[in-house]
Structure formats: structure tokens, C-alpha cells
Design a binder for this molecule. Structure first.
Ligand code: SF4
Length: 222
């Protein structure tokens, strides 16, 4: 399995190059983006983050002072803005209560303990928590999302009902646990899936992953 995963990585990297993720200036901004990107396109998140930046609210201290309704207004472009404003507030409470509002201390926390804490925040699921762990805190945690699932499924590497943790284990127990590798690999999967592997019309003939397969993939797209 590790050879297969490394082959996928090499093919993607050779064709698409470094993706330079996560597009944000600070680890806190990465975390805000991870919450805002749930169920929406990145362009909508960028507008919301820009609004927060213009108001100098991209720090736990400044954002904690702002009421939820005002945050909701500022992040409106990201969709589900009332829910997401609540989620941001829950995240801020977590930082304030566990790390005295100091985001650097959060980053230094032990990976397993931090993950458990993040998953305990209402509205933060595994994908969001792991995005924060990898892209904000530089921890060796692989992020699984719908794109990862689609590509692995289509190449016969996972089954349709594979659980998040199962897919994550596949990467984490078969690859060197290097944040840099996990960072680039996940970003490449997202890019490849968006560019070639749409739900309805995968462009297998021009995709860098053409003919890579473990078994028979769903729909035999390759
Ligand atoms: S487009 Fe085809 S070859 Fe590319 S990842 Fe999707 S299923 Fe695989």
C-alpha cells in the first residue's frame, strides 16, 4: 500500500507541482479558514477572511471581544454564517479556557490531546480538526475529505462505506509521518480532484492518476 500511495503522490506532484497550502498568513487564520470552508467554495471564505482582516479581527484576543451577530455579518459570504459564527465563538472559548487565549500554546499541545479537545468543540468534526492540526499546528495528521474519498474509491483503494478514521489510518500507517508530506499530498488530492475527477465526468484520459488502481474502482472510470 505504501508504494501505491507514494506512486499517487509522485504522479500528482510531478504533474501539478507544489500547492503551497494553506493560503493564510497566520496559524490562527488557517483555523478560522478551516471553520469557514465547511460546505462552501474557498473564494467565499477568502471574502469573509478579508472582512475580518480589514477589521483587525484575525487574532483570538480581538475576535473574542466581538459579538456573535457581528461576526456573522462579517463572514456572511461563507454561507451558514450564523452557525459558523457560533462555531468560531466555540473555538475561541476553547482557546481561552484551555490555553489562556494564547494560540502559540495551542500549537505546542500534544497532538492526541489537542485533537481530542478540538473534536469536543461543538461544530468541529474530524476534517476541520485535522485541517487545523496539520495546516495550523504543523502536526503529522492526514486530512480526509470528500475529494480524497472519491479518488480512493474510484481507484478501488477503499470501499464505499469506509469510515473517516479507516481512510486516515491508511495514509498515516503507510507513509512517513511528515507534516510536509501530508500537507502537500492532501493539497494535491484536492487540486487533482477539482481539475480532473468531477462527480459526473471524470477526465481520466488526461488525469495524472490514469490507470493507477488497486482493484476495480467504482464505475471503472479508469
Ligand atoms: S479522473 Fe479518473 S484517473 Fe483521475 S483521479 Fe479521477 S478516476 Fe482517477
Amino acid at each position: 500500500m505504501n508504494r501505491l500511495l507514494l506512486t499517487i503522490y509522485k504522479r500528482l506532484y510531478t504533474r501539478l507541482g507544489p500547492q503551497k497550502w494553506w493560503p493564510a498568513s497566520t496559524p490562527f487564520e488557517v483555523s478560522v479558514g478551516a471553520i469557514l470552508t465547511q460546505n462552501t467554495a474557498w473564494a467565499n471564505v477568502e471574502k469573509a477572511v478579508d472582512n475580518l482582516r480589514k477589521k483587525r479581527l484575525l487574532s483570538p484576543k480581538s475576535l473574542s471581544k466581538v459579538q456573535t451577530a457581528r461576526i456573522a455579518k462579517l463572514i456572511k459570504s461563507s454561507g451558514y454564517y450564523n452557525i459558523k459564527a457560533e462555531r468560531l465563538k466555540n473555538f475561541l472559548t476553547f482557546i481561552n479556557e484551555n490555553f489562556g487565549g494564547d494560540f502559540d500554546k495551542l500549537i505546542e499541545a500534544e497532538t492526541g490531546i489537542l485533537r481530542k479537545g478540538l473534536l469536543g468543540i461543538k461544530g468541529i468534526g474530524p476534517e476541520t480538526a485535522d485541517s487545523m492540526l496539520l495546516y495550523a499546528a504543523n502536526k503529522p495528521v492526514f486530512v480526509i475529505d470528500a475529494y480524497t474519498r472519491r479518488i480512493l474509491l474510484r481507484h478501488g483503494i477503499i470501499k464505499e462505506d469506509a469510515a473517516y478514521d479507516e481512510i486516515q489510518r491508511l495514509f498515516m500507517s503507510n507513509l512517513p509521518r511528515q507534516p510536509r508530506l501530508f500537507n502537500e499530498f492532501h493539497a494535491l488530492i484536492v487540486r487533482a480532484c477539482k481539475e480532473y475527477c468531477s462527480k459526473k465526468r471524470p477526465k481520466c484520459r488526461i488525469c495524472p492518476l490514469n490507470k493507477i488502481r488497486k482493484g476495480r474502482g467504482m464505475g471503472e472510470v479508469c
